[in-house]
Design a protein around this ligand. Structure first.
Ligand code: ADQ
Length: 489
């Protein structure tokens, strides 16, 4: 034990997110198979060596029996993960309902569900109750393992109620909250029936972080207009309590992508792809299949480009990789059919016996295949209608050191604020503009591509996910010091 040996031990960081970075599959009554998913957050925190990170979250399975809960807890402990157990009813109401059917669309400017106002209002209340209950279950687990000196970092819109629950347990707990989606204009947030309760709870945190300055500003405006609190340059103040609000733009572990390109299996993959698409420029879209990603708009813009530029029809291919998510939700099923219908129509219209203009895959790619695809791409198309940041744009840039391809990027993605200098920014709703940008990108002279790429590459490699996590946690520690100073004065 480091403490006993007199060496300073690392500060414990309790990372609380809806999902653990591990998926659990039950093999028998008392044994589990665990699969780690190295998402952005995991690699961000693996790179931050000064903290001892523990994860608290839902393992994605319903485990209602004691043996199951005990054995899963034990297996997860080896991965430094602590499970929160949620029953099916809660998952339905909290996760599928309040989080994904209400907060997700609202925060992306898609509004509240409207099909049947009365039914929506009734179910709204029960979903919000389940949301609070679920957040309380997360708080119970955090509180059980919390030790003095720990910092607690809560993530995303699933856990907006958590800061308040935690502070009720222990007002000295250091609590930060970070939102991965946009925070919408206060006029949008105002429509949410539980608007004030959520804001008050988030304000219980010591530090509140967003990807961009705009989202932080929207949040502060919501607090001043809806709660009547005071907005200051540091954040939001109410009755002497200051909650720091700031922008912490996320990044990626760029080294991981750059290193992967050297691996023989990735090189083999690159070679295969180059042969497969020889003589054609490659355009790429990689998204979760979600309405916010603007996939139909992107494909329609590509169609318009082909329509207006017959000379390009057999010289360019669009690879659209879309991982299905939330497949049990009807809107997502409709979106899948809509995308398939458009792709089928365009391929029927512009395809030949030997080649089609769009390859659409409804699936996830493994990391190495993804890196190879990024590396052979001439033009990446990120046309989100709204997106907190968008890491695909960063990953593409990291893999383009030799090709220096062009990034077409939606001005409504947070990434537009960091990669705007090198990318071609577009309004994804304006199909004509996106089609024209495709033409501009495909014809761009090498020196302009080089210049634009360098700007983005410098940003992506110097603003990494590790730096993002370290900055947030160090600022969180500082806010506490400030608070303690105030009480001492
Ligand atoms: P997401 O909406 O998931 O994240 P994004 O930032 O683009 O969006 O991250 C997606 C991740 O999934 C990327 O790492 C990408 O490589 C991977 N991915 C996507 N499609 C894939 C496919 N077909 N196969 C394999 N991998 C695929 C949320 C917010 C974002 C914010 C992040 C981080 O919505 O705006 O940038 O959190 O804060």
């Amino acid at each position: 034990n480091e403490r006993q040996e007199g060496r300073p031990s690392k500060q414990r960081l309790l990372v609380v997110a809806n999902r653990l970075p591990v998926s659990a599959v039950r093999r028998s009554v008392d044994s589990w198979q665990l699969e780690i998913s190295v998402g952005g957050l995991v690699s961000a925190l693996l790179g931050v060596k000064e903290f001892d990170a523990r994860w608290i979250g839902w393992a994605g399975v319903n485990v209602s029996d004691d043996i199951g809960q005990r054995t899963l807890t034990k297996s997860l402990a080896e991965k430094r993960c602590i499970p929160v157990f949620l029953d099916e009813e809660i998952v339905q109401q909290y996760y599928n309902g309040y989080c994904n059917n209400i907060l997700w669309p609202l925060f992306h400017y898609l509004g509240l569900p409207q099909e049947d106002r009365l039914a929506t209002t009734r179910s709204f209340q029960s979903q919000f109750d389940a949301y609070k209950k679920a957040n309380q279950l997360f708080a119970d687990v955090v509180n059980n393992i919390y030790q003095e000196g720990d910092v607690v970092w809560c993530h995303d819109y699933h856990l907006m109620f958590l800061p308040q629950c935690l502070k009720r347990y222990n007002s000295n707990m250091k609590v930060g909250w970070f939102l991965h989606t946009p925070f919408p204009s206060s006029e949008i947030h105002r429509t949410l029936p539980s608007r004030s309760e959520l804001l008050r709870s988030v304000l219980a945190a010591d530090l509140v972080g967003f990807h961009t300055y705009d989202y932080a500003r929207h949040f502060v405006s919501a607090c001043t207009r809806i709660l009547g609190f005071e907005g200051t340059p540091e954040g939001v103040e109410n009755q002497g309590k200051l909650t720091r609000v700031a922008a912490f733009p996320i990044g990626i572990d760029s080294e991981r992508f750059i290193r992967a390109l050297e691996l023989p299996q990735v090189q083999d993959h690159i070679k295969e792809l180059k042969e497969r698409f020889a003589g054609r420029k490659v355009m790429l879209g990689v998204d979760r299949l979600d309405m916010i990603k603007g996939i139909p708009q992107k494909i329609l813009a590509f169609e318009k480009f082909l329509e207006e530029n017959p000379n390009w029809r057999d010289k360019v291919v669009l690879l659209q990789i879309a991982v299905p998510t939330r497949t049990d939700v009807s809107e997502y099923q409709k979106l899948t059919s809509q995308v398939h219908e458009i792709v089928g129509r365009i391929n029927g219209r512009f395809g030949t016996l030997t080649a089609v203009p769009i390859h659409h895959l409804d699936r996830s790619l493994d990391f190495h295949a993804l890196c190879a695809l990024y590396a052979v791409t001439d033009v990446a198309l990120v046309t989100s209608l709204r997106d907190g940041m968008n890491l695909v744009s960063y990953e593409f840039v990291a893999c383009q050191a030799s090709k220096k391809g062009v990034l077409i990027l939606s001005e409504f993605a947070g990434a537009a604020q960091s990669l705007g200098a090198g990318a071609i920014l577009v309004n994804p709703w304006n199909i004509t503009e996106v089609a024209a940008s495709i033409g501009y990108a495909l014809n761009m002279p090498a020196d302009e591509r080089e210049k634009r790429h360098q700007l983005n590459f410098m940003h992506v490699t110097s603003h990494t996910s590790q730096e993002w996590a370290a900055t947030f946690v160090s600022e969180l520690n500082d806010t506490i010091v400030e608070a303690q100073l105030r009480t001492c004065q």
